[in-house]
Design a protein around this ligand. Structure first.
Ligand code: LIP
Length: 264
């Protein structure tokens, strides 16, 4: 078995267990643990508990690996493999009881800097939706037994998705970005979860997705799903406080790149 498949099996197994925990805690009732960058940027007790479970399982299975999690931060390793984890991506959806949330786990070769890592394996588990998306580099992207592929025909316009940051001061600029891309769009979706948006691009349910200000754990797994489904993912303005992520099939990616590739 290749390293990519081995890491993918571990990510999938842990994402399943972590998703079941997140679902149980949602049904028990969600409790706010803290706020972060703004009052809207929340973390629930379940976020912390799910990440602790994921980190414990990874430490037991591969103690020499590094770790980068949204809630517990970074831990160095000696193996050259780093796990990049968002325990509950779509946290606000989760807190409100909306089903568009997921456990996102990626294994990358190299550091926890997106510009220098190579993603090797990914699992995005949306337990309330009953969907598990997986990928291992060189072995395709999957939803269960279904192989994923990005779209290619956007003659009716592209079905795009985006997201907005937690800081209201950024919303005007993000809306200006939306205005910029609408001429190539047939419509726009906003799920509230970057990992799910990327999984949907990989599955051909969206033609493209773009968003400013994502954190490494928001896109680490979803980006590999898109790449293994024949799509492209790129980041721009990476030295800014809010880099732009662009994703889609080759044609849609090129059109988004032409419109958004440089800071607007
Ligand atoms: C969320 C992303 C989403 C973005 C939100 C937030 P979180 O991640 O998945 O795409 O629009 O602002 O960053 O906070 O739920 O892990």
């Amino acid at each position: 078995m290749t390293l990519e498949l081995e890491l993918g099996e571990l990510a999938t197994e842990i994402a399943k267990e972590a998703g079941e925990l997140a679902l149980r805690r949602r049904r028990d009732g969600v409790h706010l643990a803290a706020t972060k960058s703004t009052i809207a940027d929340i973390v629930t007790e379940a976020d912390r508990e799910v990440e602790a479970l994921i980190r414990a399982r990874l430490d037991a299975a591969r103690p020499e690996d590094g770790f980068l999690g949204e809630e517990s931060g970074a831990g160095s390793g000696t193996s050259g493999i780093t796990w990049v984890v968002d325990p509950i991506d779509g946290t606000v959806n989760y807190a409100y009881g909306m089903p568009a949330y997921n456990v996102s786990i990626a294994a990358v070769r190299g550091s926890s800097e997106p510009e220098s890592w190579e993603a090797l394996a990914a699992a995005v588990n949306a337990p309330a939706l009953g969907e598990l998306f997986t990928a291992a580099r060189g072995h395709g992207a999957w939803a269960g037994e279904t192989r994923l592929a990005v779209t290619s025909d956007t003659s009716a316009g592209a079905l795009l998705a985006t997201g907005f940051g937690y800081d209201p001061a950024t919303h005007d600029g993000d809306l200006a970005t939306v205005r910029l891309v609408m001429p190539i769009a047939r419509d726009l979706r906003r799920s509230g979860s970057a990992a799910l948006d990327l999984a949907y691009v990989a599955a051909g349910r969206l033609d493209g997705y773009f968003e400013r200000g994502l954190k490494p754990w928001d896109f680490a797994a979803g980006a590999l799903l898109v790449e293994e489904a024949g799509g492209l993912v790129s980041r721009h303005d990476v030295d800014s406080t809010r880099p732009m992520l662009i994703s889609g099939g080759p044609e849609v990616h090129a059109r988004l790149l032409a419109l958004l590739g440089e800071k607007r």
